[in-house]
Design a binder for this molecule. Structure first.
Ligand code: ZN
Ligand code: ZN
Length: 234
């Protein structure tokens, strides 16, 4: 959703994508083996959150289970109108996730010192298992979205939270795919991977969205558009 087709910058972008792949080759010892602990200190004073495989994948499966639980609680024996309502709330939750993901990445991870240090570890070693500690993201979604809404409307709280969790899952999956999977050129996934490759390797800052490039277009941080704009001006 929302990724623009390759322009005449294609050769440069191909190189960007390959560089993501190359990092996989050269840096694969950067953390996949782990050191037996879920989280250990990074190099020097870097607050790198180096995760073992269980911790790295935990939130994905916890989110999946929670979405199933929320759907079962709200939709078991529900009438069609309730299912429709839940689905609309889930779509709203998913969209809000993409906006939140954009701002967390752009503002917190790239501009607030404590988080910048942590996120720099990922930029330094894009293919190491580095990420936020498990469970925190899921708990935050439950506290910030499910808990305040549920006293007023159980179906809305359940649907909205499930949508947010689905967005979180999409984010984890696509970010993983961007760094690990070889995808065929011309596919949507290839464009998503290329979008994130430019975030890592372009000399300008931008392309903060992972699930969609929509907010990069809305807020003027889409690197392809800027490059085209620069060329048009000259
Ligand atoms: Zn980043
Ligand atoms: Zn990345």
């Amino acid at each position: 959703m929302g990724y623009s087709e390759a322009s005449s910058d294609a050769p440069a972008a191909e190189m960007d994508v390959r560089r993501v792949g190359l990092c996989h080759e050269t840096e694969k010892n950067g953390g996949q083996e782990g050191d037996g602990s879920a989280i250990s200190a990074g190099n020097g004073d870097r607050k790198a959150m180096r995760l073992n495989a269980v911790a790295y994948y935990a939130d994905f499966f916890i989110s999946f289970a929670l979405i199933g639980m929320l759907a079962a609680m709200s939709l078991f024996d529900a009438v069609l109108a309730t299912v429709a309502q839940w689905t609309v709330w889930a779509l709203a939750g998913f969209m809000l996730w993409t906006l939140l993901e954009y701002f967390v990445h752009r503002v917190l991870y790239h501009n607030v010192p404590y988080f910048v240090e942590m996120h720099d570890a990922h930029h330094a070693e894009p293919n190491a298992f580095i990420g936020a500690p498990p469970v925190i993201g899921v708990v935050l979604i439950l506290l910030l979205f499910y808990a305040p809404i549920v006293p007023f409307n159980e179906v809305a709280a359940s649907g909205f939270t499930a949508g947010m969790l689905a967005g979180y899952m999409a984010y984890m999956l696509l970010h993983h795919a961007a760094h690990y999977w070889n995808v065929r050129p011309g596919t949507w996934l290839y464009m998503a991977r290329r979008h994130h490759a430019l975030h890592h390797y372009h000399h300008e800052e931008g392309n903060y969205g992972i699930v969609t490039s929509l907010w990069d277009h809305v807020f003027g941080t889409n690197l392809e558009r800027r490059r085209r704009g620069t060329r048009d001006a000259t």
